[in-house]
Design a protein around this ligand. Sequence first.
Ligand code: DOR
Length: 442
Amino acid sequence: MEKFDLIIKGGTCILESGPKKRDLAVKDGKIHVLDKSEDLSATKIIDANGKHIFPGLIDTQVHFREPGLTHKEDLASGSLAAVLGGVTTYLEMPNTTPPTTTKEAILEKISLAKSKSLANFGFYMGGTAENLEELKKAKDIEGCCGIKIFLGSSTGNLLLYKRDKLEEIFKNTTGIIALHSENEEMLVQRKSVRDNATSAHEHANWRNVETALTSTKRVIEIAKECKRKVHVLHITSKDEIDFLAENKEHCTVEVTPQHLTLSSPECYDKLGTYAQMNPPIRTADHTAGLWGALKKGVVDVIGSDHAPHTKEEKDQGYPNSPSGMPGVQTIFPILLHHVEMGNLTILEVAKYLCFNPAKLYGLNKGHLEEGFDADITIVDMNKTVEIKNEDMASKCGWTPFNGYTYKGEINYTIVGGNIVVDHGQVSKEKFGKPISINQRKF
Ligand code: DOR
Protein backbone atom coordinates (compact mmCIF):
# COMPACT_ATOMS: atom_id res chain seq x y z
CA MET A 1 0.00 0.00 0.00
CA GLU A 2 1.51 3.31 -1.08
CA LYS A 3 1.90 5.80 1.74
CA PHE A 4 1.42 9.49 1.00
CA ASP A 5 2.35 12.53 3.09
CA LEU A 6 -1.14 13.96 2.78
CA ILE A 7 -4.49 12.96 1.33
CA ILE A 8 -7.29 15.43 0.66
CA LYS A 9 -10.55 13.54 0.24
CA GLY A 10 -13.98 14.46 -1.01
CA GLY A 11 -13.44 18.09 -2.06
CA THR A 12 -14.47 19.91 -5.21
CA CYS A 13 -11.30 20.76 -7.10
CA ILE A 14 -11.19 23.87 -9.27
CA LEU A 15 -9.73 22.57 -12.52
CA GLU A 16 -9.24 24.53 -15.73
CA SER A 17 -12.06 22.48 -17.26
CA GLY A 18 -14.35 23.37 -14.36
CA PRO A 19 -15.06 22.32 -10.76
CA LYS A 20 -14.82 18.56 -10.26
CA LYS A 21 -14.92 16.18 -7.31
CA ARG A 22 -11.48 14.63 -7.05
CA ASP A 23 -9.33 13.14 -4.29
CA LEU A 24 -5.76 14.40 -4.13
CA ALA A 25 -2.64 13.04 -2.50
CA VAL A 26 0.72 14.64 -1.87
CA LYS A 27 4.10 12.98 -1.83
CA ASP A 28 7.45 14.77 -1.73
CA GLY A 29 5.76 18.09 -2.40
CA LYS A 30 3.97 17.02 -5.61
CA ILE A 31 0.29 16.42 -6.34
CA HIS A 32 -1.07 13.00 -7.24
CA VAL A 33 -4.57 12.61 -8.56
CA LEU A 34 -6.15 9.62 -6.85
CA ASP A 35 -8.22 7.05 -8.51
CA LYS A 36 -11.06 6.25 -6.07
CA SER A 37 -10.16 2.58 -6.13
CA GLU A 38 -6.65 3.18 -4.78
CA ASP A 39 -5.72 1.86 -1.38
CA LEU A 40 -5.35 5.05 0.63
CA SER A 41 -2.91 5.70 3.44
CA ALA A 42 -1.20 8.90 4.52
CA THR A 43 0.47 10.60 7.45
CA LYS A 44 -2.36 13.13 7.41
CA ILE A 45 -5.82 12.99 5.87
CA ILE A 46 -8.00 16.06 5.32
CA ASP A 47 -11.70 15.46 4.89
CA ALA A 48 -12.65 18.13 2.35
CA ASN A 49 -16.23 17.08 1.86
CA GLY A 50 -18.30 20.13 1.03
CA LYS A 51 -15.15 22.24 0.56
CA HIS A 52 -13.69 23.87 -2.54
CA ILE A 53 -10.05 23.21 -3.36
CA PHE A 54 -8.14 25.83 -5.31
CA PRO A 55 -4.62 25.50 -6.63
CA GLY A 56 -2.52 27.62 -4.24
CA LEU A 57 -3.04 31.25 -5.17
CA ILE A 58 -0.23 33.19 -6.84
CA ASP A 59 0.05 36.92 -6.17
CA THR A 60 2.12 38.32 -9.03
CA GLN A 61 2.78 41.73 -7.49
CA VAL A 62 3.69 42.49 -3.88
CA HIS A 63 6.04 44.91 -2.11
CA PHE A 64 7.38 43.29 1.08
CA ARG A 65 9.87 46.09 1.92
CA GLU A 66 12.83 43.96 3.02
CA PRO A 67 15.60 45.00 3.09
CA GLY A 68 15.51 48.60 4.22
CA LEU A 69 11.88 49.48 4.92
CA THR A 70 11.03 46.79 7.42
CA HIS A 71 9.06 49.13 9.66
CA LYS A 72 6.34 48.80 6.96
CA GLU A 73 6.70 45.05 6.25
CA ASP A 74 9.24 42.27 6.07
CA LEU A 75 9.37 38.84 4.50
CA ALA A 76 8.00 37.21 7.67
CA SER A 77 5.00 39.53 8.13
CA GLY A 78 4.29 39.82 4.41
CA SER A 79 4.36 36.06 3.90
CA LEU A 80 2.19 35.56 6.99
CA ALA A 81 -0.40 37.92 5.49
CA ALA A 82 -0.08 35.96 2.22
CA VAL A 83 -0.77 32.50 3.64
CA LEU A 84 -3.60 33.77 5.85
CA GLY A 85 -5.16 35.01 2.64
CA GLY A 86 -4.66 31.66 0.86
CA VAL A 87 -1.70 32.87 -1.20
CA THR A 88 1.01 30.22 -1.55
CA THR A 89 3.38 32.05 -3.91
CA TYR A 90 4.20 35.75 -4.19
CA LEU A 91 6.35 37.67 -6.66
CA GLU A 92 8.03 40.60 -4.97
CA MET A 93 9.02 43.98 -6.37
CA PRO A 94 12.51 45.52 -6.40
CA ASN A 95 11.80 48.96 -4.87
CA THR A 96 13.30 48.07 -1.52
CA THR A 97 16.23 49.93 0.06
CA PRO A 98 18.65 49.37 -1.54
CA PRO A 99 16.73 48.52 -4.70
CA THR A 100 17.13 45.01 -6.09
CA THR A 101 19.17 45.74 -9.19
CA THR A 102 21.92 43.11 -9.08
CA LYS A 103 22.22 39.35 -8.93
CA GLU A 104 23.81 39.76 -5.53
CA ALA A 105 20.81 41.72 -4.21
CA ILE A 106 18.41 39.06 -5.52
CA LEU A 107 20.48 36.32 -3.88
CA GLU A 108 20.38 38.23 -0.61
CA LYS A 109 16.57 38.45 -0.74
CA ILE A 110 16.35 34.75 -1.57
CA SER A 111 18.58 33.87 1.35
CA LEU A 112 16.47 35.99 3.72
CA ALA A 113 13.24 34.51 2.37
CA LYS A 114 14.49 30.94 2.78
CA SER A 115 14.67 31.46 6.52
CA LYS A 116 11.66 33.77 6.93
CA SER A 117 9.02 33.04 4.32
CA LEU A 118 5.91 30.97 4.94
CA ALA A 119 5.00 31.09 1.23
CA ASN A 120 6.96 30.41 -1.96
CA PHE A 121 8.66 33.43 -3.44
CA GLY A 122 10.08 35.00 -6.56
CA PHE A 123 11.85 38.36 -6.76
CA TYR A 124 11.99 40.86 -9.60
CA MET A 125 15.21 42.60 -10.61
CA GLY A 126 14.74 46.34 -11.15
CA GLY A 127 15.85 47.81 -14.47
CA THR A 128 18.04 50.93 -14.44
CA ALA A 129 20.03 52.81 -17.07
CA GLU A 130 23.21 51.09 -15.88
CA ASN A 131 22.47 47.48 -15.01
CA LEU A 132 21.97 45.70 -18.35
CA GLU A 133 24.66 43.12 -17.54
CA GLU A 134 22.89 42.23 -14.29
CA LEU A 135 19.49 42.08 -16.01
CA LYS A 136 20.88 39.55 -18.49
CA LYS A 137 21.55 37.22 -15.55
CA ALA A 138 17.99 37.42 -14.19
CA LYS A 139 16.60 34.52 -16.22
CA ASP A 140 19.15 32.06 -14.80
CA ILE A 141 18.63 32.84 -11.12
CA GLU A 142 16.35 30.38 -9.35
CA GLY A 143 13.95 32.56 -7.37
CA CYS A 144 14.08 35.51 -9.79
CA CYS A 145 10.75 35.94 -11.60
CA GLY A 146 11.71 38.64 -14.09
CA ILE A 147 12.58 42.29 -14.65
CA LYS A 148 10.57 45.25 -13.36
CA ILE A 149 10.81 48.69 -14.88
CA PHE A 150 9.24 51.83 -13.41
CA LEU A 151 8.54 54.06 -16.44
CA GLY A 152 7.21 56.71 -14.05
CA SER A 153 8.44 57.32 -10.52
CA SER A 154 6.55 55.88 -7.60
CA THR A 155 7.73 54.66 -4.18
CA GLY A 156 11.55 54.44 -4.19
CA ASN A 157 14.00 55.76 -6.76
CA LEU A 158 13.75 53.19 -9.55
CA LEU A 159 12.99 54.96 -12.81
CA LEU A 160 13.78 54.29 -16.45
CA TYR A 161 11.94 55.73 -19.42
CA LYS A 162 14.58 56.70 -21.98
CA ARG A 163 13.88 54.96 -25.26
CA ASP A 164 17.47 53.86 -26.05
CA LYS A 165 17.87 52.19 -22.66
CA LEU A 166 14.49 50.47 -22.91
CA GLU A 167 15.38 49.18 -26.36
CA GLU A 168 18.68 47.87 -25.05
CA ILE A 169 16.91 45.92 -22.30
CA PHE A 170 14.08 44.70 -24.52
CA LYS A 171 16.53 43.41 -27.12
CA ASN A 172 19.11 41.85 -24.83
CA THR A 173 17.17 40.05 -22.11
CA THR A 174 14.66 37.23 -21.95
CA GLY A 175 11.84 36.42 -19.54
CA ILE A 176 9.14 38.61 -18.08
CA ILE A 177 9.49 42.38 -18.28
CA ALA A 178 6.87 43.89 -15.97
CA LEU A 179 6.13 47.59 -16.40
CA HIS A 180 4.78 50.31 -14.15
CA SER A 181 3.38 52.53 -16.88
CA GLU A 182 3.03 56.23 -16.15
CA ASN A 183 4.59 59.04 -18.17
CA GLU A 184 7.37 60.55 -16.05
CA GLU A 185 7.71 63.70 -18.13
CA MET A 186 4.01 64.46 -17.72
CA LEU A 187 4.14 63.69 -14.00
CA VAL A 188 6.91 66.27 -13.64
CA GLN A 189 5.16 68.84 -15.87
CA ARG A 190 1.93 68.46 -13.89
CA LYS A 191 3.56 68.42 -10.44
CA SER A 192 1.96 71.73 -9.43
CA VAL A 193 -1.41 69.93 -9.35
CA ARG A 194 0.01 67.70 -6.65
CA ASP A 195 1.94 70.41 -4.83
CA ASN A 196 -1.11 72.67 -4.58
CA ALA A 197 -3.50 69.90 -3.59
CA THR A 198 -5.03 69.76 -0.16
CA SER A 199 -6.78 66.40 -0.49
CA ALA A 200 -6.09 62.98 -1.98
CA HIS A 201 -8.91 63.57 -4.47
CA GLU A 202 -6.36 65.46 -6.57
CA HIS A 203 -4.09 62.42 -6.85
CA ALA A 204 -5.99 61.01 -9.84
CA ASN A 205 -5.95 64.46 -11.41
CA TRP A 206 -2.18 64.83 -11.10
CA ARG A 207 -1.57 61.28 -12.39
CA ASN A 208 -4.43 61.50 -14.91
CA VAL A 209 -5.53 59.06 -17.61
CA GLU A 210 -3.35 60.77 -20.25
CA THR A 211 -0.31 60.18 -18.04
CA ALA A 212 -0.97 56.45 -18.04
CA LEU A 213 -2.20 56.16 -21.62
CA THR A 214 0.67 58.03 -23.29
CA SER A 215 3.21 55.95 -21.40
CA THR A 216 1.48 52.68 -22.27
CA LYS A 217 1.19 53.61 -25.95
CA ARG A 218 4.82 54.60 -26.10
CA VAL A 219 6.17 51.49 -24.41
CA ILE A 220 4.05 49.11 -26.49
CA GLU A 221 5.35 50.82 -29.62
CA ILE A 222 8.92 50.21 -28.42
CA ALA A 223 8.09 46.60 -27.50
CA LYS A 224 6.60 46.07 -30.98
CA GLU A 225 9.69 47.43 -32.67
CA CYS A 226 11.91 45.23 -30.53
CA LYS A 227 9.62 42.22 -31.09
CA ARG A 228 9.47 41.79 -27.35
CA LYS A 229 6.33 40.96 -25.41
CA VAL A 230 5.92 42.93 -22.17
CA HIS A 231 3.72 42.60 -19.10
CA VAL A 232 1.86 45.81 -18.21
CA LEU A 233 1.04 46.04 -14.51
CA HIS A 234 -2.01 47.53 -12.77
CA ILE A 235 -3.90 49.00 -15.71
CA THR A 236 -6.38 51.60 -14.48
CA SER A 237 -8.20 53.22 -17.40
CA LYS A 238 -10.69 52.11 -20.03
CA ASP A 239 -8.64 54.09 -22.55
CA GLU A 240 -5.59 51.89 -21.98
CA ILE A 241 -7.77 48.79 -22.09
CA ASP A 242 -9.11 49.78 -25.53
CA PHE A 243 -5.56 50.32 -26.74
CA LEU A 244 -4.19 47.10 -25.19
CA ALA A 245 -7.08 45.06 -26.61
CA GLU A 246 -5.73 45.97 -30.06
CA ASN A 247 -2.20 45.03 -29.03
CA LYS A 248 -2.60 41.75 -27.20
CA GLU A 249 0.07 40.00 -29.22
CA HIS A 250 2.61 42.43 -27.76
CA CYS A 251 1.64 42.33 -24.11
CA THR A 252 0.05 40.63 -21.16
CA VAL A 253 -2.03 42.67 -18.72
CA GLU A 254 -2.58 42.85 -14.97
CA VAL A 255 -5.30 44.62 -13.01
CA THR A 256 -5.68 44.88 -9.23
CA PRO A 257 -8.64 44.14 -6.94
CA GLN A 258 -8.60 47.74 -5.67
CA HIS A 259 -9.03 49.20 -9.17
CA LEU A 260 -11.87 46.73 -9.76
CA THR A 261 -13.58 47.47 -6.46
CA LEU A 262 -13.05 51.12 -5.53
CA SER A 263 -13.75 54.23 -7.56
CA SER A 264 -13.28 57.96 -7.37
CA PRO A 265 -14.44 60.24 -5.79
CA GLU A 266 -16.13 57.94 -3.24
CA CYS A 267 -12.92 56.11 -2.31
CA TYR A 268 -11.16 59.39 -1.51
CA ASP A 269 -14.25 60.68 0.35
CA LYS A 270 -14.20 57.56 2.51
CA LEU A 271 -10.53 56.64 2.79
CA GLY A 272 -8.64 59.86 2.03
CA THR A 273 -4.93 59.18 1.61
CA TYR A 274 -5.50 55.49 2.40
CA ALA A 275 -6.97 55.24 -1.12
CA GLN A 276 -3.93 56.92 -2.66
CA MET A 277 -1.91 54.66 -4.92
CA ASN A 278 0.01 54.72 -8.21
CA PRO A 279 -1.45 54.54 -10.74
CA PRO A 280 -4.52 55.98 -9.02
CA ILE A 281 -8.02 54.72 -8.45
CA ARG A 282 -10.17 56.44 -11.10
CA THR A 283 -13.85 57.16 -11.76
CA ALA A 284 -16.51 54.45 -12.06
CA ASP A 285 -16.50 54.46 -15.88
CA HIS A 286 -12.88 53.31 -15.75
CA THR A 287 -13.69 50.65 -13.13
CA ALA A 288 -16.43 49.44 -15.49
CA GLY A 289 -13.89 49.42 -18.34
CA LEU A 290 -11.64 47.11 -16.32
CA TRP A 291 -14.55 44.71 -15.69
CA GLY A 292 -15.30 44.76 -19.40
CA ALA A 293 -11.66 43.91 -20.06
CA LEU A 294 -11.89 40.86 -17.81
CA LYS A 295 -14.92 39.63 -19.70
CA LYS A 296 -13.31 40.31 -23.12
CA GLY A 297 -10.09 38.46 -22.30
CA VAL A 298 -7.82 41.52 -22.31
CA VAL A 299 -6.66 40.87 -18.73
CA ASP A 300 -4.37 37.92 -17.98
CA VAL A 301 -3.72 38.12 -14.25
CA ILE A 302 -4.91 39.91 -11.13
CA GLY A 303 -2.16 41.00 -8.72
CA SER A 304 -2.63 42.74 -5.37
CA ASP A 305 0.14 45.36 -5.64
CA HIS A 306 0.39 44.88 -1.86
CA ALA A 307 2.13 48.15 -0.93
CA PRO A 308 1.97 48.64 2.83
CA HIS A 309 2.59 52.01 4.43
CA THR A 310 2.04 52.70 8.12
CA LYS A 311 -0.94 54.68 9.38
CA GLU A 312 1.45 57.38 10.62
CA GLU A 313 2.84 57.73 7.09
CA LYS A 314 -0.62 57.80 5.51
CA ASP A 315 -1.85 60.28 8.13
CA GLN A 316 0.72 62.90 7.08
CA GLY A 317 -1.90 64.23 4.68
CA TYR A 318 -1.80 64.70 0.93
CA PRO A 319 0.64 65.18 -0.82
CA ASN A 320 3.10 64.10 1.89
CA SER A 321 1.42 60.71 2.30
CA PRO A 322 3.03 57.80 0.40
CA SER A 323 1.14 55.95 -2.34
CA GLY A 324 0.05 52.35 -1.99
CA MET A 325 -2.25 50.07 -0.06
CA PRO A 326 -1.92 46.54 1.34
CA GLY A 327 -3.65 43.66 -0.44
CA VAL A 328 -1.92 40.28 -0.30
CA GLN A 329 -4.21 39.02 2.48
CA THR A 330 -7.37 40.32 0.80
CA ILE A 331 -6.80 39.60 -2.90
CA PHE A 332 -8.60 36.25 -2.73
CA PRO A 333 -11.31 37.36 -0.26
CA ILE A 334 -12.12 40.40 -2.41
CA LEU A 335 -12.40 38.29 -5.54
CA LEU A 336 -14.66 35.91 -3.58
CA HIS A 337 -16.68 38.98 -2.60
CA HIS A 338 -17.12 39.65 -6.32
CA VAL A 339 -18.17 36.01 -6.82
CA GLU A 340 -20.91 36.58 -4.26
CA MET A 341 -21.91 39.80 -6.02
CA GLY A 342 -22.21 37.89 -9.31
CA ASN A 343 -19.31 39.75 -10.96
CA LEU A 344 -16.98 36.77 -11.26
CA THR A 345 -17.22 32.98 -11.30
CA ILE A 346 -15.12 30.71 -9.11
CA LEU A 347 -13.42 29.48 -12.26
CA GLU A 348 -12.49 33.03 -13.25
CA VAL A 349 -10.96 33.57 -9.82
CA ALA A 350 -8.75 30.52 -10.40
CA LYS A 351 -7.95 31.71 -13.92
CA TYR A 352 -6.61 35.07 -12.74
CA LEU A 353 -4.94 33.88 -9.52
CA CYS A 354 -3.77 30.36 -10.43
CA PHE A 355 -3.89 29.08 -14.02
CA ASN A 356 -2.75 32.22 -15.84
CA PRO A 357 -0.07 33.41 -13.39
CA ALA A 358 1.51 29.93 -13.46
CA LYS A 359 1.52 29.86 -17.26
CA LEU A 360 2.70 33.43 -17.62
CA TYR A 361 5.69 32.99 -15.31
CA GLY A 362 6.37 29.37 -16.29
CA LEU A 363 5.74 27.84 -12.87
CA ASN A 364 4.97 24.19 -12.17
CA LYS A 365 2.11 25.46 -10.05
CA GLY A 366 -1.44 26.71 -10.35
CA HIS A 367 -3.09 23.40 -11.30
CA LEU A 368 -4.49 20.52 -9.25
CA GLU A 369 -3.04 18.00 -11.66
CA GLU A 370 -0.60 15.10 -11.47
CA GLY A 371 3.00 16.19 -10.86
CA PHE A 372 2.31 19.87 -10.10
CA ASP A 373 3.71 21.46 -6.94
CA ALA A 374 1.44 20.72 -3.97
CA ASP A 375 0.41 24.31 -3.26
CA ILE A 376 -3.25 24.10 -2.32
CA THR A 377 -5.88 26.38 -0.75
CA ILE A 378 -9.00 24.83 0.75
CA VAL A 379 -12.05 27.00 1.41
CA ASP A 380 -15.50 26.60 2.84
CA MET A 381 -17.79 28.45 0.45
CA ASN A 382 -20.69 28.14 2.88
CA LYS A 383 -19.13 30.41 5.48
CA THR A 384 -19.39 34.19 5.31
CA VAL A 385 -16.41 36.13 6.64
CA GLU A 386 -15.90 39.84 7.25
CA ILE A 387 -12.60 41.51 6.39
CA LYS A 388 -11.39 43.43 9.44
CA ASN A 389 -8.45 45.76 10.01
CA GLU A 390 -7.55 43.93 13.20
CA ASP A 391 -7.20 40.59 11.37
CA MET A 392 -4.57 41.93 8.99
CA ALA A 393 -1.15 40.39 9.57
CA SER A 394 0.68 43.07 7.60
CA LYS A 395 2.74 45.36 9.80
CA CYS A 396 0.69 48.27 8.51
CA GLY A 397 -2.40 46.90 10.28
CA TRP A 398 -5.09 48.26 7.96
CA THR A 399 -6.93 47.39 4.77
CA PRO A 400 -8.98 49.53 2.37
CA PHE A 401 -11.55 46.71 2.46
CA ASN A 402 -12.40 46.82 6.16
CA GLY A 403 -16.04 45.72 6.54
CA TYR A 404 -16.35 43.92 3.16
CA THR A 405 -17.74 40.41 3.39
CA TYR A 406 -17.13 37.32 1.30
CA LYS A 407 -18.21 33.70 1.18
CA GLY A 408 -15.28 31.29 1.41
CA GLU A 409 -13.56 30.93 4.75
CA ILE A 410 -9.97 29.80 4.20
CA ASN A 411 -9.55 26.54 6.08
CA TYR A 412 -6.14 25.36 4.88
CA THR A 413 -3.22 26.92 3.06
CA ILE A 414 -0.80 24.23 1.94
CA VAL A 415 2.68 25.13 0.66
CA GLY A 416 4.70 22.40 -1.05
CA GLY A 417 2.55 19.76 0.64
CA ASN A 418 3.00 21.28 4.11
CA ILE A 419 -0.01 22.56 6.01
CA VAL A 420 0.96 26.15 6.78
CA VAL A 421 -2.45 27.45 7.83
CA ASP A 422 -4.98 25.16 9.49
CA HIS A 423 -8.13 27.11 10.42
CA GLY A 424 -6.14 30.20 11.35
CA GLN A 425 -3.33 28.31 13.13
CA VAL A 426 -0.02 29.05 11.42
CA SER A 427 2.92 26.64 11.30
CA LYS A 428 6.12 27.71 13.02
CA GLU A 429 8.27 26.15 10.33
CA LYS A 430 8.95 28.24 7.21
CA PHE A 431 8.23 26.15 4.15
CA GLY A 432 8.59 28.82 1.44
CA LYS A 433 10.85 27.93 -1.47
CA PRO A 434 12.22 29.93 -4.41
CA ILE A 435 10.22 29.51 -7.62
CA SER A 436 11.74 27.87 -10.67
CA ILE A 437 10.75 28.94 -14.13
CA ASN A 438 10.09 26.01 -16.44
CA GLN A 439 8.34 27.12 -19.56
CA ARG A 440 6.26 30.19 -20.17
CA LYS A 441 3.06 29.49 -22.03
CA PHE A 442 2.08 33.06 -22.91
O1 DOR B 1 1.04 52.96 -5.11
C1 DOR B 1 2.08 52.34 -5.30
N1 DOR B 1 2.85 51.96 -4.27
N2 DOR B 1 2.46 52.06 -6.54
C2 DOR B 1 3.68 51.57 -6.81
O2 DOR B 1 4.02 51.41 -7.96
C3 DOR B 1 4.63 51.30 -5.73
C4 DOR B 1 3.93 51.06 -4.47
C5 DOR B 1 4.86 51.07 -3.26
O3 DOR B 1 5.88 50.38 -3.33
O4 DOR B 1 4.54 51.72 -2.29
